[in-house]
Design a protein around this ligand. Structure first.
Ligand SMILES: Cc1ncc(COP(=O)(O)O)c(C=O)c1O
Ligand SMILES: [Zn+2]
Length: 477
């Protein structure tokens, strides 16, 4: 993780031990520090000890040089800024890739913690991470039953329904944003959200002692409202859609010295999405899939997955980037997919109307870059109608035991269309990005999953419904 020894050489002590860490169990699982032989301690103690040590003799290396305009290339210091003052282009983190290359290896990454921080050298913080120590490194599930159902050979679900702690990929971006916000000296964090980001900022800010202001459209799914309120933030429901919320937040960010994760510290925040791509490549045995289908709202996740693959290639961690990327959007909000399908350069804003509220951004900040990433990869886009989204949610649940939110329904429904139309060949490898948990969007499928069978508390009552069921079943051959 932190390059203090030559690539490939096993680090002793903390680095080598800081692994196999997932949520609850982690805290109970003791780690053995080689330098304090015989003494057990826990993950957070391990990380603070490393920070302590680094202050004495081992300086933590940061490979972040500064910020750079994505359009004109003008460079800026690594502060809480996000727009180029010359051309109004958006700013991005600028890394010293030559130095990273000398200090990174597959073995060293594999030795790191089982969280997004195993890719610390490629993330925009100067010191040790302070937020999201258990976030990321989610399962890449080989989806054999679903693959058989769809008639494809090799299908994987990258399963961020179980991302820690708020069950969506947003925990990745927020971990990076809040670690950076602390370094920049902020005591208050804020965001404009379609729901999952709200949950994640609320939770991580609570854990890390920040004041928190969270802005959402007033008509979000109630589970997402509750799953923010429980962390006791200042939750502000704006009478408007996400694009109205976002506009308001840009104004507020100009007036108050808060770290707005997706406004003034967006260049750092957005880099967290790269970890989704890094993990896919590492989990496939240091290679990228032939096809990856990704949902898009602002278009940032898709853009950063593409960047992640290209960075791994540039650093010699993978041999080639062979992936085609596909943009998945709901029919009721598809400004990026529309531009891709029409081979157009312009992203036309729309007024969203879809059950996939987490993807309901009509004027996507990174739409232009997402479209370019798709074109560069040789992929395309697909759109899913609300009924197709519902069917895909149920299909994923009954074939793979994974309950996704509506965004995942969009992604799987689009994947099915791309396969059925022959755009994705059936004998090539496909990764489907499932980015959020279905328990948060239950209302979307409430009327289409049926009801439990009601019986009296007697064996007779049970056996009568069993008989009825058996009579409807075709006998096994
Ligand atoms: C579950 C889920 N998936 C995908 C996305 C799309 O992310 P992006 O805005 O980076 O395109 C979002 C955005 O909120 C989301 O909540
Ligand atoms: Zn510029």
């Amino acid at each position: 993780m932190i390059p203090r020894q030559p690539p490939g050489k096993k680090r002793g002590g903390l680095g080598a031990n800081s692994c196999k860490i997932r949520g609850e169990e982690t805290c109970k699982r003791p780690l053995l520090d080689a330098s304090r032989r015989g003494r057990f301690f826990y993950m957070e103690e391990a990380l603070s000890l490393r920070a302590e040590r680094s202050n004495d003799n081992e300086k933590i290396m940061s490979f972040m040089k500064g910020l750079k305009c994505r359009e004109c290339g003008k460079t800026y210091p690594k502060e809480a800024i996000y727009v180029c003052e010359y051309c109004f282009g958006s700013l991005e983190v600028d890394y010293d890739y030559d130095a990273i290359k000398k200090n990174i290896s597959r073995e060293q990454i594999e030795d790191g913690p089982q969280s997004i921080w195993r890719y610390r050298a490629l993330l925009p913080i100067d010191g040790e991470p302070t937020a999201g120590l258990y976030t990321g490194f989610t399962p890449l599930v080989k989806a054999a039953t679903l693959a058989k159902t769809l008639g494809v050979k090799e299908l994987y679900i990258k399963d961020d329904t179980v991302c820690h702690p708020t069950f969506s990929f947003k925990d990745r971006v927020v971990s990076v944003a809040l670690s950076r916000a602390k370094e920049l000296g902020f005591d208050t964090v804020a965001c404009a959200s379609t729901g999952n980001l709200a949950n994640s900022v609320a939770a991580h800010a609570a854990k890390n002692g920040f004041q928190r202001y969270i802005f959402i459209p007033h008509d979000l799914e109630y589970a997402k409202i509750l799953a923010s309120l429980v962390y006791n933030p200042n939750l502000i429901a704006v009478k408007g859609n996400y694009d109205d919320v976002n506009r308001l937040c840009s104004e507020i960010a100009g007036k108050y010295r808060w770290a707005f994760v997706n406004v003034n510290i967006r260049p750092y925040y957005a880099e967290g999405s790269k970890t989704f791509g890094y993990e896919v490549a590492e989990q496939l045995g240091w290679q990228t899939p032939q096809h990856l289908v990704c949902p898009a709202a602002s278009g940032s996740l898709l853009t950063k997955i593409w960047k992640a693959f290209k960075e791994f290639y540039q650093l010699g961690l993978i041999k080639e980037v062979k992936s085609k990327l596909y943009c998945a959007q709901a029919e009721g909000c598809s400004p990026i997919a529309e531009a891709i399908q029409n081979k157009s350069d312009a992203i036309r804003p729309v007024k969203p109307k879809t059950i996939a509220k987490s993807l309901a951004i009509g004027n996507p900040a990174d739409g232009y870059y997402a479209k370019d990433a798709v074109f560069e990869s040789g992929g395309t886009a697909a759109k899913a109608a609300d009924d197709e989204i519902r069917e895909a949610i149920k299909l994923l649940a009954r074939t793979e035991g994974i309950f996704t939110e509506t965004a995942g329904g969009v992604t799987l429904a689009c994947t099915i269309k791309l396969i059925e139309s022959g755009v994705i060949p059936k004998d090539e490898s496909v990764v489907v990005a499932i980015t959020g948990n279905g328990l948060k969007t239950q209302g979307a499928i409430r009327d289409s999953v049926g009801e439990p069978v009601m019986i009296e508390p007697s064996i007779k009552s049970f056996e009568s419904i069993l008989k009825e069921k058996e009579s409807k079943m075709t006998p096994a051959k």
